[in-house]
Design a protein around this ligand. Structure first.
Ligand SMILES: *[C@@H]1O[C@H](CO)[C@@H](O)[C@H](O)[C@H]1NC(C)=O
Ligand SMILES: *[C@@H]1O[C@H](CO)[C@@H](O)[C@H](O)[C@H]1NC(C)=O
Ligand SMILES: *[C@@H]1O[C@H](CO)[C@@H](O)[C@H](O)[C@H]1NC(C)=O
Ligand SMILES: *[C@@H]1O[C@H](CO)[C@@H](O)[C@H](O)[C@H]1NC(C)=O
Ligand SMILES: *[C@@H]1O[C@H](CO)[C@@H](O)[C@H](O)[C@H]1NC(C)=O
Length: 299
């Protein structure tokens, strides 16, 4: 579809309303996860999501963004982030009591939907919703600006990137990931996402992430989803001080981010996407094996 000039104007306004890693990042995370899950996990989630293709996770990775501005899904808006009231670049860190709003946050939502998918008394459509939220939120929790209160996660900071005006949140959600792979077709991000995911998978199995990925699953405590996701959020948030706002927010307002900013940000984005996919696989494995064991016990 060719966008009319009017439609382009409308689209340009959208990044204000955080779209979260953009579709491309989320779909890549999902494909990385599908490369690492156990076969029994694939079978389980293909059943929950009623999709027996290899795209069963990727196809629902952006669903949560598609409902958050609808009347039905409005309650889930606060679930996409946790706004750490820290002070970058001097002090970073997420504190649950201080930072999780009364309406909920990504940490409480992650815990809630883990409990719900494990709850065999809930109707199947509710457990399918829980699966779709978990797949999406595990991606968001790895985007530094989804763990930061400054200017609403950078949505209120205008910058230019490659000479084009965006807000900072959008640059991290969309522009940096897409630049890493040399651009993404707007209509078919699935092909590019699959390729990027396969190359990240190779890096985890036998390349530059082989050593660091050993530590990525430490700190996972299935009996405590809140503590687990808080640990991830806190780790992600540390990049706000080191890489997103290394000189503080004022230093980049209305400035061109430039090549040296991109060159420091791109490796962080790449590692965060790989990490999110690898951890998502671990979490889905834990869910599927718990439910499969319960069912075996019931026989
Ligand atoms: C898992 O599934 C793949 C593809 O269907 C198959 O090649 C592989 O042998 C299976 N692995 C195990 C351990 O069953
Ligand atoms: C499975 O998901 C993919 C990706 O969204 C979609 O193209 C395909 O039609 C789905 N298949 C089924 C059987 O729902
Ligand atoms: C848990 O999920 C249900 C169903 O989506 C939702 O209604 C409820 O508000 C959530 N609770 C929390 C604490 O996130
Ligand atoms: C950012 O730019 C938009 C227009 O692109 C403008 O509406 C908005 O007021 C600007 N925000 C700030 C904080 O300057
Ligand atoms: C968050 O990370 C900091 C170090 O960056 C650490 O001191 C703190 O204990 C962590 N907090 C949580 C809740 O994991």
């Amino acid at each position: 579809m060719k966008l009319s000039p009017l439609a382009v104007g409308v689209v340009a306004l959208l990044p204000r309303f955080a779209t979260a890693w953009g579709g491309f990042g989320h779909i890549t995370v999902a494909y990385v996860a599908s490369n690492f899950v156990a076969n029994s996990t694939t079978a389980f989630f293909q059943g929950v999501l009623r999709n027996d293709t290899e795209d069963y996770l990727a196809g629902v990775a952006t669903w949560a963004d598609s409902v958050r501005y609808t009347q039905w899904g409005r309650f889930s808006g606060p679930f996409h982030f946790i706004d750490a009231e820290d002070n970058p670049p001097h002090k970073c860190g997420v504190k649950l009591e201080r930072d999780c709003s009364k309406q909920g946050c990504i940490v409480s939502a992650f815990a809630n939907y883990t409990v719900r998918i494990l709850d065999g008394r809930l109707p199947e459509p509710e457990r399918e919703i829980a699966a779709k939220f978990l797949i999406h939120f595990l991606g968001d929790i790895h985007q530094p600006l989804h763990t930061e209160h400054v200017a609403r996660g950078g949505n209120g900071i205008n910058v230019t990137f490659g000479g084009v005006k965006y807000n900072l949140h959008h640059v991290w959600d969309v522009e940096i990931p897409e630049k890493i792979v040399g651009g993404v077709g707007k209509e078919h991000p699935y092909t590019e996402a699959r390729q990027w995911a396969d190359s990240l998978t190779e890096e985890i199995r036998s390349g530059k992430f082989k050593a660091s990925s050993q530590s990525w699953r430490k700190g996972i405590k299935f009996s405590n989803p809140e503590l687990t996701s808080l640990g991830w959020a806190n780790e992600t948030n540390s990049y706000v001080c080191t890489t997103v706002l290394p000189l503080g927010p004022e230093a980049i307002v209305n400035q061109e981010l430039g090549t040296s900013y991109y060159e420091k940000a791109a490796p962080v984005v790449e590692a965060q996407i790989a990490k999110a996919g690898y951890r998502l696989a671990a979490w889905l494995d834990l869910i599927a094996s718990k439910i499969n064991n319960q069912m075996a016990g019931d026989l």
